[in-house]
Ligand binder design. Sequence first.
Ligand code: PLP
Length: 393
Amino acid sequence: MRINQNYLKLEESYLFSTIAKKVADFQQRNPDKEVIRLGIGDVTLPLCDAVVREIHGAVEEMGNQETFHGYGPEQGYPFLKSAIVSYYAQRQIDLQPEEIFVSDGAKSDLGNILDLFDTENTVLIPDPVYPVYVDTNVMAGRSIVYLNANQENSFLPMPDPRVRADLIYLCSPNNPTGAVYRKEQLRNWVDYAKDCGAVILFDAAYEAFVQESGLPRSIYEVEGARECAIEFCSLSKTAGFTGVRCGYTIVPRELKRQNVALNPLWLRRQTTKFNGVPYIVQRGAAAVFSRKGMAQIKSNIAYYQRNAKIIADSLSDLGIWYTGGTNSPYIWLKCPGGRTSWEYFDYLLHRANVVGTPGAGFGKNGEGFFRLTSFGDYEKTKEAMRRIRQIVE
Ligand code: PLP
């Protein structure tokens, strides 16, 4: 018997445990100081009323013989898939219900999709990045080529024709950098993927945060993307579903490799290894796309965006370089004074009692950068930025 040796190659992630330990130590030594957390990647506002009502109704149905639901379709109930089709149609993107696969969130699908691809494939992953892309490929033993995202390319790396890849990860709006690709840039990626015969894995988990019209919220806004891209989306940040769990993945019917359509392969994978998202959750998810639900989640997103603006405006005033903020809940700043990410973390914690996330935790190009998030409380975010302004040398 042999275990999967690739698991031994995974790098231990100390990022969030180290942050927690440093904050706990600081609080123990300074019990009178109020620490403000601007590092969290989780939402804080509760589910909106339209979702809560629908979930309550669904629970009632489950408690009645006549309306009880057992196993549902593995790929999602038609009522939710048609709500997602309409959501995309508002942006002139035509999807068929069979192209949508409802899941318990983007993280699972981002990992599971790799079942469809040979382990000999080369994977292109931006650095810095959401660590799941790297770790899931290390687990499978694939070789990874990193794509440098840095200040010079505004953390929006473009394809290098000298580098060939089979799988390409793109995340826009990006975690951790908050950077958002423009349509022409995504068009370059689509052209490159087609040229290589590669498949783009497009993570649109933060699409709902895009405010500027003209900025793409889906890879399918680019012509030809249906032949080369799979899109992952999540209700986690869009509608506060981090604890409820619901997302969806789109595998267009035109997407074929080696003359094999990927849509039926993914269907086969899901029907074999996955038994669907709870009916109760899917009813709540469908309510997100209702008229009331959309208005309510928009107001929650606006709350976070007001926080992002406070952070971004303060950094602009202080002359600190940053990306993100406007179309993203994340603000990615260059550590002032030439500090490393962890030096800046300690500095902010000790001098301003504010917690953020060191960029070095997201890849080597994250060194010297720092992530702040807008998922906190408005008054606390204001107070945190007031303190950061005060400590500037
Ligand atoms: N993709 C990105 C870029 C994320 O930042 C996250 C969560 O933080 C996810 C996917 C995971 O989303 P979900 O909660 O749907 O699994």
